[in-house]
Each structure stands twice: as structure tokens, then as C-alpha cells.
Design a protein around this ligand. Sequence first.
Ligand SMILES: [Zn+2]
Ligand SMILES: [Zn+2]
Length: 474
Amino acid sequence: MSKIISLTIKFLNTINKFIWKIIVFLAKFIKVDDINHLDAKPKNVRYRQFNVDDRPFIEPFVEHEHLDYKQLIIDNNIKPINRRLSCSSNVCCPFCNAPSDYLYFNTKKPYDFHCKVCSHSFTTRPRPSKDIILRCPHCHCQLELHHHRTDFDVYRCKNDNCPFYLNNKKSLYAHDLSLYQKHPEKMKLRYIYRHFNIDIPSLSKDYRNFIQSPIDISKAYSSQYVIGLCLTYHVNYGLSYRQTASLIKDVHEIFISYKTVENYCKAVSSIVHPLLEFFPYDLSDTIAADETYIKVAGKTAYIFFYFDAIKKIVTSYRAFDKRDSLSSIKAAYSTLIKFDSLPNSLKVISDGNPIYNVAVHYWAQHGLPFTLYQVIGLSNIDSVSKKYRSQKQIIERFNRTLKYYYRPKNGFSSLDNANSYLVLFATFNNFLRPHYSLDYNVPVVINEVAKAPNMPSKWLELIKLGYDYINIYN
Ligand SMILES: [Zn+2]
Ligand SMILES: [Zn+2]
């Protein structure tokens, strides 16, 4: 019996060696690129929906020569198209001006026409502007408007033979392919281009004007030092306006109403905002982004924080009433313009929210490209999550710090008030708050502020600097 088993094993080994020889022989005929392709795993389809595709080809739209359809009809004795159903379209041929009676069209392709009079084909697909045509960079077909959103339009290559689409389809696993066949809208296999309807001048104006002062603080009744006290208690120690007013009365024997405390804080916010925005920060190339929720007049509002994960500097901090693509684009803007020139290696680490990808698209189209790494879920199921989870945790910790300060405030009465507070909070974080991970130094050291003997005086130094930076606005 044991002899039979050993003979069988010997026989199998011989076959095995033989098979390997065939494999080695055949491998000589396969190019290295093809071998890699055999092993190449497709990208996870769930996240394909918002991948950034290449830029489309943009062609100028050329007005066509104008032939005279009436003359052509007479010369060639052309009759109107005999249709069973009358055509209600008011489209005319752009080449010869022939009316719809002379235009062939396909009910499945309502934008595409062919003129019986001059034999030209043309399309009436919507374009981002009347002067340009967008074409797929992979197959050169004209892109079609697929979705219209408030802030952007999605154009798509509908060519079934587009190499981009065919390659993506080929790389799907059998399970995903059957899912795609049932729900094609759930996967992005075709080339798409987002055309944004947001212009930079309006973004930049909005960004500069979003903090308004209720009073002129240079005409304030209280002394400068009292203003410094208000900020110290309200921002550094997280006390409400009422608590701040009581403390100043009880400890410093100065009567000041809570409304005055509020006005001082808001005024200072509008003064330090330019300092916070235009200070020449020395930023690293690793930015962590996260969004958090606060209550504004009983409703949920969203703060988008961007935070230098190494230098601990807050670069975006604004609250928005919507968590949409426009908010995400605005939040990224505030961070991107803080770089003198954008490092090639700039990384933004965020959660899996697709609106960050929209910001990547928008800024790539406007010359400020950065790479987004999305840390998804709670466990490290992919290599990006594993590599960048620690940065993600840094910004989550920062968010918890904000919540700690924000809790006694019980929400804000308006979005402006929330933003006014967030400017002060970000100023406090960047210039006044010692960080454990920076050996208890503040993220940005300014000599005049460091030399000031106490916290109210440090705030006054920041106000002075803020006045210097206000000129940049004008
Ligand atoms: Zn025509
Ligand atoms: Zn294409």
C-alpha cells in the first residue's frame, strides 16, 4: 500500500515539474506589461463615483458656413421628410437653416440630427458656454450634459466604444459587473467632467467679507485692557458672554453688559480675521480636513476644519448652513491661498465624504491641485486608511477641543455669530494656545505677542497686528 502511495506522489511530482516547464516556456511570450495587467486589481468600485478624470478637450465652437436651403431645395428638388408623426421641434439646420421638416432625427438620440437638404449632421447638446464644445479626452466624442446641480453640471461621454469606459468595464469583478448591469447609476465607469458654475472673484469677495463688525472698537467706552479680558475669558476659557460679564464685574469690579462683551468680541473678530488669513504661515504639506456639526438657531450647521497636521495651524474654520459642494470648495480655498506656492506633494487627508472630491475637481481646474487621501470607516481596510489614520485622528482631537469650548455656549443665534466665534477660536489656536505636541509652544510664535506679560495684553498685540493686515483687504 505504502509503495502505491509513494509511486503516486512521484508521478504527481513529475507532472508538476512538467506543468512548470510549460508555464516558464509560455511566459517568454507574454510582455511584462501584460503580466502586471493580469494581476492588476481594479480600484474599489464604491469609490469610483467621484474619481477625478482627466481634463476634457475644449474646442472653440465654430459658426458654420451659411448655405441657402431654399435654393438647395429648388436646385435638387428636395421634398420634406415623410413622417408618420409630425415633428414639433423648432430646430433648424446650422449649416443651411433648413427647418425641422427636412431634419432626420432618432427618438433615442433627441439631440442628434441629420439634414436632408445639405447632408450635414449636427447636434444640439447643451454646452457649458455657447463658445465652446467639450470632448472626451479618450475618444474625442462630444460630451453630453448628464446632470445639472446647483453649483456644477456633469458632462459625460456616452460613447459605448470609448476606451476609458471599456477598460473600466473590463476591470470589474463578476459580482460588480452584474451589479453594474442592474444599477448602472451606482458605478462610474464612463468618463465624466464637472463644469463648475462658481467663479473665483465671487468666492474671494465672499471670503473677505464674511466677518462684519457691529461696532467701531476704537470708539469703545471700556479700556483696551477690559477688551483683552473679555477675549481671554470668552475665548481662552470658553465662558459665555454672560459668564464673562459677571466675572469681570465680580473679580475686576468693572460693570459691563453681556451685550457689550458680545460686541467687543465680534469687533475683534473682524479685526483679527485678516491676520488669521494673510499671516505668512510656514505650512507643511500635510493637511487634515474634517467637518463637524454645531447648532445655529436650533438648526444644524457645518464647520469645515482644515488643519496642518504637523504644525498644528488651523487653515480653514468656517461654518456653513449647508454641507454641500460649494461649502467644501470655499473651505479648501481658505487653506490653499495660505500657501505662497502650492507644494507638489500637498496632501489633504479627509473622511470618505465625496464633497471633498468635488473641491479637488474644482481647484484642479483652477490651477490649485492637491491630492486627497480619504480615510474610510473605523478599521484600516485599505492602505490609505492605514497610512493616514493618525492624521485623521489629530483633526478629530482638534474637533473635540472645539466642542469643549463650544459646549457652554449652547449653540449660536446666527451663522455670523458662529463664524465670528470661529475666527477668534482659530486665532487663539494658532497664536495663543500652547500645544502638547509642540513642546508646549504655540503653533505660530510672534515676538510681540510672546513678550506680552499676560493673556489680555497678548490679545491686544494681536489686535494691533490685525490693523496692519486689514490694509491687505483694501
Ligand atoms: Zn442643412
Ligand atoms: Zn469617451
